[in-house]
Write a protein that binds this ligand. Structure first.
Ligand SMILES: C[S@@+](CC[C@H](N)C(=O)[O-])C[C@H]1O[C@@H](n2cnc3c(N)ncnc32)[C@H](O)[C@@H]1O
Length: 390
């Protein structure tokens, strides 16, 4: 939907001392629509003091922001017939949030309309009121399921072509993301990510030295079992490495953080007893958790990512000792990033032997395992493990 940057005068939110949840949500949505990442914006808005909001209100802001961002295509379809001109970004943010409440949260019309109008930019309150009243009366007719469930066509088609009805179920399930329970130590880690950590531990019962090549924010590294005598957590991005260091300090201070390109690390040949490559990927299995990701990722990016995944696996093998275990995981389900990358890697390296995965949650997938998002209402995740025989 067309949008313009808002004019330079102050928005309503800066005029009040204690903003309401909806005011905070509109401001966050405005920033996200101009290109900022949803999780980053929410962390900035709700971190520390949380702008004076209660825990309940912060949860409501999160629901409004993540839900409106996720359902953007569906919501725009509802708004489209009643919008005749290009809108400022903050006005569009208010309208989208109002429509999301009406049709997805099923908020009673008077509350959704009145409360949204009261936090819309003052100059556009008449318009927001008029449009939302009309949207409230709409019985939606969806042109197709990609619009209804709010995915770009190419993602919808990719899942349907590869997985059929299971792909459809996966996509629908990612519109209601997992709410993971805290781990025993309080860290919040998704279930599928925990299963990867468990598989890493299970494949190396004697522990030793492990290198996590792509470690930030640190969920899997800090979940490694007690058998490991030394854990190295490597990350290329200095900002993410700082976040990783904080997590390490709070949850596993003995872990050594290293900042380097995982395709060219300072570790020597045969340094590690085990290496984990939890590779950067398209994240198409984690679209629930990252509400804006579906609007950013492109088909072309997947091909670029496989180049990095190849290079990371090559470096992992260099630093792995004979008889050591290599684990590759990605929170995506694309053929290219799972079977494509791993089969080509195995063909290049006859010294590798595939390991059978423990754990009934993994569906067999090429020589590895896979969880689709709707299997257990978790992230979609793929995993492959090998022993280096010589
Ligand atoms: C899927 S995330 C890792 C999640 C982490 N293992 C966890 O469980 O919390 C991938 C990470 O790889 C990092 N990364 C991307 N390219 C890299 C490279 N060439 N070398 C090392 N890390 C890289 C990204 O910055 C990102 O932090």
């Amino acid at each position: 939907m067309d949008q313009r940057r808002p004019p330079r005068h102050k928005s309503a939110i800066r005029d009040v001392r204690s903003p309401t949840s909806r005011q905070v949500a509109v401001q966050a949505l405005t920033e996200i629509q101009t290109g900022s990442r949803a999780n980053v914006v929410l962390a900035a808005f709700l971190g520390d003091q949380g702008r004076g909001l209660s825990e309940r209100d912060r949860a409501f802001v999160t629901e409004l922001v993540q839900g409106t961002t996720r359902m953007r295509r569906a919501v725009d379809h509802l708004l489209q017939p009643f919008i005749t001109r290009k809108l400022d970004t903050d006005v569009l943010a208010a309208l989208r949030m109002g429509a999301y409440q009406l049709h997805h949260l099923r908020t009673p019309a008077h509350a959704a309309v009145n409360d949204t109008v009261s936090v819309a930019p003052r100059r556009a309150r008449g318009l927001v009121n008029a449009v939302l009243r009309k949207v409230a009366d709409v019985d939606p007719e969806w042109p197709d399921e990609a619009t209804q469930f709010s995915y770009p066509d190419w993602i919808w088609n990719l899942f349907l072509e590869r997985w059929g009805q299971e792909g459809r179920a996966s996509l629908i399930s990612m519109n209601t993301p997992e709410r993971p329970l805290p781990r025993f130590d309080g860290y919040i880690q998704g279930q599928a990510s925990r299963w990867v950590s468990e598989a890493v531990d299970d494949a190396s019962p004697n522990g030793g030295t492990i290198v996590d090549l792509c470690a930030a924010p640190g969920g899997k590294a800090t979940a490694c079992g007690a058998a490991w005598s030394k854990i190295w957590a490597n990350e290329i991005d200095p900002t993410r490495a700082r976040a990783l260091s904080e997590v390490v300090e709070n949850y596993r201070p003995e872990i050594q953080v290293v900042v380097s390109d995982g395709t060219n690390t300072p570790f020597g040949d045969g340094f590690a007893d085990a290496v984990l490559v939890d590779a950067p990927c398209s994240g198409l299995g984690a679209l629930g958790r990252r509400s804006d990701a579906r609007w950013h990722i492109s088909k072309e990016a997947i091909t670029r990512l496989t180049g990095t995944q190849d290079a990371l696996l090559e470096e992992a093998l260099r630093i792995l000792r004979p008889s050591g275990v290599l684990t590759y995981s990605v929170c995506t389900t694309t053929q290219q990033e799972t079977c494509g990358v791993t089969q080509a890697f195995h063909e290049r390296h006859q010294e590798l032997r595939s390991l059978e995965l423990q754990g009934s949650h993994w569906r067999p997938h090429c020589n590895g395992g896979l969880v689709l998002p709707h299997d257990y209402e978790t992230d979609g995740m793929a995993i492959f493990q090998w022993v280096r025989e010589k």
